[in-house]
Design a protein around this ligand. Structure first.
Ligand code: 26W
Length: 826
């Protein structure tokens, strides 16, 4: 994909003929023989998957070259999305839907004695992300392509993506995810797109011929970044967005030097070390304090991406003068924030700009999205580490800081306190605050839900807000309806199409027209039957993976997300234990049958989260084996939650648990996916739950718990979880069962730490405070579910009012408020 070609890229090329089932069959057989190297009659389902993917990739390549040509011809301003994480999941069925080939390919496969349903299971999930932030990036690429925005994603091609979670004796055990072991049929290897990335070394400053100070960064240790390109399709747009992933390679110089010293084994060892940079995704979604390899990974990624952006721009426009006009870079959290000093370094040291010009350009190019306010997740790096690994960048950061604080002094004369608070450097801790660096280097900073943005303005970034009241803006998250309905819930898709036509697939606000069908008994019946089928499918998955039976007649109650204290899987469990206690004490006769599903990964080093997983499994063992619970209550922990599992769980759920401590979940996106698939939400007034409540109406959502303001107030007044525990009989019983080893009689002290967290250590996440209200509202859920008509009506109203929660809307917002980009013209 030479990007400077002036001729039509496809001149003289035969485009792939996929216009008929027969043509597709010929291609597939040919791919098996010529690409995979296997006789069709001996081809395995995986071989077939590779053949289909290779064919589809070819179509995407044509569409990409066409897209790139249009971008060049139109001299389009383009957004570059910089993200350390992309949680793409599988691509086969999704891409076939996007490019309109699903039916033809299904037919071709059937004719050849294969079923797409079977072969698609052999595709690995591309799990290059931890959770919400990475999945959001994937939804955004889909929306950019679907709406023909000039966009381009950069990331890392981790050899090991998110670990596979197995549950052994109730405990999470991490296994490396070798997703590339059979190759990746979607990527294009680009051995000629390579950039050196430098580390360590030292600075040399001297005066150039013109008397200007020149800086040289010398004696560095270098690594090569090599590109892999993954085409991402748009739905029906013919536009393909490129995702370029960097892989680390040892430099040849580097090899030669050591090889020449005659130590072959050491040379190979050193080569392996430098290739570690793209080896593994860090599986922590909060604390990651001071890990050198992670810092190097972040810089490796940032440097390769910026060098590539500047090289492309120079090829197209001759020089960099139009850079801020044509290029816009979005920082997905602070993980790529080193892009700010790296851009400065490139402009100053490589392209010869002076400081003022370089800074003016840099500030006009970057924008930063904040995804969390949790203090432990706000990145900072030790000054000493930066000094060692990126000396030139530390230098530049100091200078940015100096000039920034000069301006602050002018804006806030006689207020020295504010200088320390705003500084990019935490002097006491001797660390660089990456969020401050990102804010100072960006034109706009955004939060991901209204409450989150409000809290940013009032707390974490309050001083920046005073400095510039226009900088911080809100762009509420969204999810792509193409993956989260069209692909994963085809029956609901057909029902909506029948009622309102297909336009909602690219304009989700059209769903509003579905609302009136809430009063149509025929539609309600169909809707309920679809939910029932999806529950059947989910039940089968749960039983296959855990052995726990889920009866589709029961209420399916799901909480799926990373395991975190603030997300309060413990609160969910306390409700389950409370129901269990009611059943045990003979109050179970009238109880509504309920199947509770919990899934999610814990960071490998997050002790309490791992204990919570184990506790859920231990409790499940007792509850599911108690005859009194039969037909009344089941609890399952589904191992290895990922995008593919979500595609089954979300359509098959009745009740969506979104129960974080108010003020702590920046947005949530699972909340949107569930509501869009006709689950009702039980949730706190946190993140985007608030906006979902405003959209669907108070009668169609179950809200409980303290507000963010009340939580803050209680913290200030002195919160006393013991008092709540002592005053509530049912709560005390449930908590005591955890603390005293009811579920693990042969190891009664196992969950003392959990007991301590929610009582002795002050219940940081207000589990005690919200328990009673949660139990009360769960009872309302039961009452509503007993009126199936009423429940289904509410579910339809939920679906119909989710129009604002498409990632298309998010992308249109970014395009207008922040990026100033417009769709490509035909
Ligand atoms: C430094 C390592 C690290 C990695 C990831 C720190 C922090 C993170 C993020 C907090 C992870 C994340 O996924 N945040 C989530 O982003 C979603 C998309 O905006 C939001 O919907 C979630 O509320 C937020 O927790």
């Amino acid at each position: 994909m030479q990007e400077t070609a002036t001729v039509q890229p496809m001149a003289g090329v035969d485009l792939i003929d996929v216009s008929t089932v027969e043509a597709i069959k010929r291609h597939l057989l040919s791919h098996l023989v010529h690409g995979v190297g296997v006789a069709p009659q001996y081809a395995s389902p995986r071989d077939w998957m590779v053949a289909v993917a290779t064919l589809v990739r070819g179509v995407l390549s044509e569409q990409y070259l066409e897209t790139a040509l249009r971008e060049r011809e139109q001299k389009a301003r383009r957004v570059y999305y910089l993200s350390l994480e992309y949680l793409m999941g599988r691509s086969l069925r999704k891409t076939l839907l996007d490019i309109g080939l699903l039916e033809r390919v299904e037919q071709a496969l059937t004719d050849l004695g294969q079923e797409l349903e079977d072969i698609q299971e052999h595709e690995y999930d591309a799990a290059l992300g931890n959770g919400g932030l990475g999945r959001l990036a994937a939804c955004f690429l889909d929306s950019l392509a679907t709406h023909s925005y000039p966009g381009f994603g950069y990331g890392i091609r981790y050899e090991f993506g998110m670990f596979t979670q197995r549950i052994e004796h109730g405990e999470q055990v991490e296994h490396p995810e070798t997703w590339l072991r059979h190759g990746n049929p979607w990527e294009f290897e680009r051995p000629s797109i390579i950039y050196p990335v430098r580390f360590r070394g030292r600075m040399m400053t001297f005066r150039g011929e013109d008397g200007r100070e020149v800086c040289r960064w010398i004696d560095t240790e270098d690594v090569i970044a090599m590109a892999y390109d993954v085409p991402v399709s748009g739905f029906g747009s013919g536009v393909v967005t490129k995702l370029r992933l960097w892989s680390a390679r040892a430099t040849r110089d580097f090899d030669l030097n050591i090889f020449n010293q005659g130590n072959y084994i050491d040379a190979v060892k050193a080569k392996t070390l430098s290739e570690n940079l793209s080896k593994v995704l860090y599986p922590a979604d909060t604390t990651l304090m001071g890990q050198e390899l992670r810092l190097m990974q972040e810089y490796f990624f940032v440097s390769a991406s910026l060098q590539d952006i500047l090289a492309r721009h120079t090829r197209t426009y001759g020089d960099l003068s139009a850079l801020p006009e044509k290029v816009c870079i979005q920082l997905n959290d602070t993980h790529p924030a080193l892009a700010v000093p790296e851009m400065m370094r490139l402009l100053l040291d490589q392209y010869g700009y002076d400081w003022a010009a370089a800074w003016a350009m840099t500030r006009g190019i970057f924008n930063y999205t904040n995804h969390t306010l949790l203090p432990e997740a706000l990145e900072t790096w030790p000054i000493a580490m930066l000094e060692q690994i990126l000396p030139r960048h530390l230098d530049i950061i100091y200078k940015i800081n100096y000039q920034f604080l000069q301006q602050v002094k002018v804006s806030f004369p006689g207020q020295p306190d504010i200088l320390g608070r705003l500084s990019l450097i935490d002097d006491g801790a001797r660390r660089v605050r990456m969020a401050h660096l990102a804010v100072v280097g960006s034109g706009h900073v955004n939060g991901v839900a209204a409450l989150h943005t409000d809290l940013m303005r009032r707390h974490v970034f309050a001083d920046f807000q005073r400095l510039d009241t226009d900088k911080i803006v809100n762009v509420t998250n969204g999810v792509t309806q193409r993956r989260w309905v069209v692909q994963s819930n085809p029956d609901l898709t057909a029902l909506i199409d029948d009622c309102i036509g297909p336009r909602w697939k690219t304009d989700l606000t059209e769903l509003k027209a579905f609302e009136r069908f809430a009063d149509d008994a025929g539609v309600r019946d169909r809707f309920a039957a679809i939910k029932r089928d999806n529950k059947q499918r989910l039940g089968a998955l749960v039983e296959a993976r855990t052995g726990v039976r889920f009866d589709p007649a029961a209420l399916f109650d799901s909480q799926v997300k990373r395991i975190h204290e603030y997300k309060r899987q413990l609160l969910n469990l306390l409700h389950v234990i409370t129901l269990y206690n009611r059943i045990r004490s003979g109050q179970g006769d009238g109880i509504l049958p309920r199947c509770v599903l919990i899934a999610g990964k814990s960071a490998p080093g997050y002790f309490l989260a791992k204990q919570i997983i184990r506790l859920i499994n231990d409790a499940a063992m007792v509850i599911n084996n108690d005859p009194a619970c039969k037909g009344r209550l089941s609890l399952a922990f589904l191992p290895n939650y990922n995008v593919s599992a979500a595609e089954v769980i979300i359509p098959g759920t009745d009740l969506s648990e979104q129960i974080s401590t108010a003020g702590m979940e920046a947005s949530g996106t699972g909340n949107m996916k569930f509501a869009l698939n006709g689950a009702l939400t039980i949730g706190t007034l946190d993140g985007a739950n608030i906006e979902i409540k405003d959209a669907v109406g108070d009668d169609n959502i179950f809200i409980f718990g303290k507000t963010a303001a009340e939580v803050t107030e209680m913290r200030m007044q002195g919160y006393r979880p013991w008092d709540i525990y002592n005053a509530d009989e049912e709560l005390r019983q449930a908590v005591d069962m955890i603390g005293s080893g009811y579920f693990t009689p042969d190891d009664p002290g196992r969950y003392r730490c959990v007991f301590d967290a929610i009582l002795t250590h002050g219940d940081h996440f207000f589990v005690m405070a919200d328990y009673a209200d949660y139990i009360r509202v769960q009872a309302q859920v039961e009452q509503t579910y007993r009126q199936p008509e009423d429940w289904t009506r509410k579910a339809i109203i939920n679906v119909a009012n989710m129009g604002g929660f498409s990632s298309d809307r998010s992308i249109h917002d970014y395009a207008r408020k922040i990026w100033r980009i417009t769709p490509l013209k035909r």
